[in-house]
Design a protein around this ligand. Structure first.
Ligand code: FNR
Length: 341
């Protein structure tokens, strides 16, 4: 049952990648071009450090899958691409493993194929502290993601209908975890208020997981047949809006959701992200072209991101925050409505 759901998610996410408009709110963020800002490529490093975590590159493969034979193969290939390119890599939700320990191998392959990489385990906000420990142990994970996904659960026929316990569970896991805890949305975004709450719960990092890419309201509607909740398609805050909203929220933020190119990654870093995650776009590259295609794509992104930093005069991803940006369209209206200077 869970395995079939995981296979459905992959199939429907891929369909979305092939049919979505290609536009999102990152288009409403532009760098001001300064013709003499460029520096030397040799002086540029992509390394990023936040909340005691150090990554060689600010790009990561965000949570997707595991729990079925097919998704175990996808995880194997994601792990190979991560190993070959040095990008951190997150597991999909490990609840399937808690329900059926026989599927452990579909997750642990993330570590066996990528023994020295940075690996993130992933649990839902109902997980017990004991389950959180088991997830981290299985992957020998370097960090733990807890996903929050009220919209997805609401549209899922078999989804949760009680969410009030999540805050307490997140606080308990954050207190008990031996590795940094990152709370992430799955494509509907974290508001400033939510990030502040997470900070107060002891969470070390927030992955904003905003709108603009994979839309889990659509995925779950497509699974249920007649699109009962079609009006929830496009719900949430875009990743660019979340980044603007969460300025100085007290904990480092990661940006994911609708990151389509190295330029979007540079925009997100310039808006204050410590790292940038991609799911749907990398899944498509893998399923269309195999592990070699995904590895080549990630390598090209890292190469081009270095080139963009060179052109923009930023020696590190953090220095991108000094670049001049303009914000236009609906995103500008959002900033005015939220009182963002
Ligand atoms: C996801 N995502 C996800 N997130 C999570 O925390 N646990 C999970 O199990 C899954 N499962 C999952 C399956 C598939 C097939 C996709 C494409 C995505 C959500 C993912 O991590 C990310 O937040 C969103 O997909 C938005 O990013 P993109 O796809 O727009 O880059």
């Amino acid at each position: 049952m869970i395995g079939r759901r995981k296979d459905d998610h992959v199939r429907l996410a891929l369909e979305q990648q092939r049919t979505n408009s290609g536009r999102n709110q990152f288009d409403e963020v532009s760098f001001v071009h300064h013709a003499l800002a460029g520096i030397d490529r040799a002086d540029v490093s992509l390394a990023t450090t936040f909340a005691g975590i150090s990554w060689q590159v600010p790009l990561y493969i965000n949570a997707m899958t595991g729990g079925s034979t097919k998704t175990g193969i996808i995880n194997r290939d994601l792990a190979i691409a991560a190993r070959e390119t040095g990008v951190p890599l997150a597991s999909g939700s490990m609840s399937a493993y808690f329900k059926d320990p026989d599927c452990a191998g579909t997750f642990s392959v993330l570590r066996t194929e990528n023994p020295d990489g940075f690996v993130l385990a992933n649990v839902n906000a109902n997980a017990t502290t004991e389950q959180a420990h088991r997830a981290v142990d299985l992957l020998r994970a370097d960090a733990l993601q807890i996903h929050v996904n009220t919209v997805q659960e609401t549209v899922m026929p078999e989804g949760d209908r009680s969410f009030s316990a999540w805050l307490g569970q997140i606080e308990k896991i954050a207190a008990a975890s031996d590795v940094p805890v990152i709370v992430k949305e799955v494509g509907f975004g974290l508001s400033r208020e939510t990030v502040l709450t997470l900070r107060d719960l002891g969470v070390r990092v927030a992955d904003l997981g905003g709108r603009g890419g994979t839309d889990f309201a659509r995925i779950e509607n497509d699974r249920r047949g007649p699109a009962d909740y079609a009006y929830l398609h496009g719900w949430g805050l875009s990743t660019a809006a979340c980044l603007l909203d969460a300025q100085d929220a007290g904990i480092p933020v990661l940006a994911s959701g609708g990151v389509r190119s190295p330029l979007d990654a540079a925009r997100a870093l310039a808006l204050g992200a410590s790292g940038v995650g991609v799911s749907g776009g990398f899944l498509r590259a893998l399923l269309d072209g195999g592990v070699e295609a995904l590895t080549a794509l990630i390598s090209a992104w890292l190469d081009q991101l270095t080139a963009l930093l060179t052109m923009l005069g930023a020696r590190t991803p953090a220095e991108l925050t000094r670049c001049d940006l303009t914000v236009h369209g609906d995103l500008r209206t959002f900033c005015i409505d939220r009182g963002i200077a």
